[in-house]
Design a binder for this molecule. Structure first.
Ligand SMILES: *Cc1c(COP(=O)(O)O)cnc(C)c1O
Length: 458
């Protein structure tokens, strides 16, 4: 059979509210042309993020009811710890309320002024937590990872040569750890090969530097290794994921991605002393070491989620359905970042809106038109998110790419929803010369994409 079906059936439904173009026009206006400010109930297909938006399984919901809410040593904690130890081989497991809490603790232990932390691409919260300690966050993804049209199978790889050059340039004592993000979220959701992780491990060993994974999408990365890396197709995604973790000294995970839950995170460590110190920091802001700011039922849901996500039927459907959206858009002539990654499709908005200059925010303009035309919500990853104001001239310095990300929540939308998205974006593409640019009316100086207000240009 060629058709890959959703490997689940639906037991509970959440109605979608249908709105008209006229209503959406008004809603957009009320939201100052910033989809972050649109109430979620007015969105038909919400592709804003894949974080915390997963549908949980019946097993996870059953676990929620069984959740043990004891303060210390709850049954749910032991179940969660066992699942994470078996998956990752890490001796120390700390639960946190989400990924950035794990990052905050990790960088408090390893970061600090003068330190330099390499990564393929730091995710924005990872960079912020690293820099918050006074350390410098450096991105060392391979060159192909910066080229949207390159079809390299592992565009998330960390460049081993750049890493060695960095270590030699700044001195090994200033590099407290090396991090690899799997899959590389900020770099288009592109995977990292097992060979690359092994190579980076060897470099780390040579210099005595610990290696950490930002493992939010470890299962999608493992499955893309199975599909794309030679000699890996006979292994299970679980075996590949286990090898990925075996190469690391620790990991931070946001369970809101491949943990298949709505809230939760993990910090994993091998070093006993660091684990002790991390536990103390956890107690300071998150909670006792056996719950880390979560309810017992959340630990229970994560324990099931981290197992279910490695089901090969699920992963085949997940990776295939993301690619399906990408292929549908390419057929309409829409240019995307290739090859499709694990969790999202990134549209090249500069190509889509060729008639708009970066100063007219083509990504934001496209977001608004997708919502106006079809009720689809996406996110801009371009000049609104990453543009910097030149303090001398007051003009915007634009990032290299103007992208619109369509992130796919896990187990939430069916193929007909995605067919609708493909058709709608195809129609918007056919009438793309009518898309109006936007200007910023009001914006904060940091993380402006969340709250900035815009107006349409005439
Ligand atoms: C989401 C994410 C984080 C942060 O996790 P939160 O749960 O949102 O705090 C860190 N790194 C990557 C790669 C992510 O995708």
């Amino acid at each position: 059979m060629k058709t890959i079906i959703e490997p689940f059936r639906i037991k509970m439904v959440e109605p979608l509210k249908l709105t008209t173009v006229e209503q959406r026009q008004q809603i957009l206006k009320n939201a100052f042309y910033n989809p972050f400010l649109i109430p979620a109930e007015d969105v038909l297909i919400d592709l804003l993020t894949d974080s915390g938006t997963s549908a949980m399984s019946s097993e996870q919901w059953a676990g929620m009811i069984r959740g043990d809410e004891s303060y210390a040593g709850a049954k749910s904690w032991y179940r969660f710890e066992k699942v994470l130890k078996e998956l990752t081989g890490m001796p120390y497991v700390l639960p946190t309320h989400q990924g950035r809490a794990s990052e905050r603790i990790l960088f408090e232990l390893y970061g600090g002024p003068g330190k330099v932390i390499p990564n393929n691409n730091h995710f924005d919260t990872t960079r912020a937590n690293c820099e918050h300690t006074g350390a410098e966050a450096v991105d060392l993804v391979i060159e192909e990872g910066k080229q949207p049209q390159s079809k390299h199978p592992f565009k998330g790889n960390l460049d081993p040569e750049k890493l060695e050059q960095l270590i030699k340039r700044v001195g090994v004592e200033r590099v407290p750890l090396v991090m690899i993000t799997v899959t590389n979220n900020s770099g288009g959701g592109q995977p990292v090969s097992l060979e690359n992780i092994r190579t980076i491990r060897q470099i780390c060993d040579r210099y005595g530097i610990p290696l950490f994974l930002d493992a939010c999408r470890f299962a999608e990365n493992a499955y893309l290794i199975k599909l794309r890396e030679s000699g890996q197709s006979h292994r299970t995604a679980r075996e590949i994921a286990q090898e990925m973790f075996s190469l690391a000294d620790g990991a931070t995970i946001s369970a809101k991605k491949d943990g298949l839950v709505n809230i939760g995170g993990v910090l994993l460590l091998r070093d006993a002393q660091k684990a002790q110190a991390a536990g103390n920091l956890l107690i300071l802001t998150e909670g006792f070491v056996t719950y880390g700011g979560l309810a017992g039922r959340d630990l229970e849901a994560m324990a099931y989620g981290f197992q279910e996500v490695l089901d090969e039927g699920y992963l085949e459907y997940r990776i295939r359905s993301t690619a399906y959206l990408g292929e549908g858009l390419i057929r309409h002539g829409v240019r995307i970042v290739e090859p499709p990654g694990g969790h999202a499709i990134y549209i090249d908005a500069a190509h889509f809106c060729e008639h708009l200059t970066p100063d007219q925010f083509p990504g934001q303009a496209l977001l608004c038109e997708l919502y106006r035309h079809a009720g689809i919500r996406a996110v801009e990853i371009g000049s609104v998110m990453f543009g910097k104001i030149d303090p001398q001239t007051g003009r915007t310095i634009h990032p290299p790419m103007q992208l619109v990300r369509l992130a796919i929540p896990r187990r939430v939308y069916t193929q007909s929803h995605i067919d609708y998205v493909i058709e709608a974006i195809g129609e918007v593409f056919d009438n793309r010369q009518n898309i109006k640019g936007v200007r910023i009316v009001e914006a904060p100086t940091v993380l402006r994409h969340f709250t900035a207000k815009f107006a349409l240009l005439d």
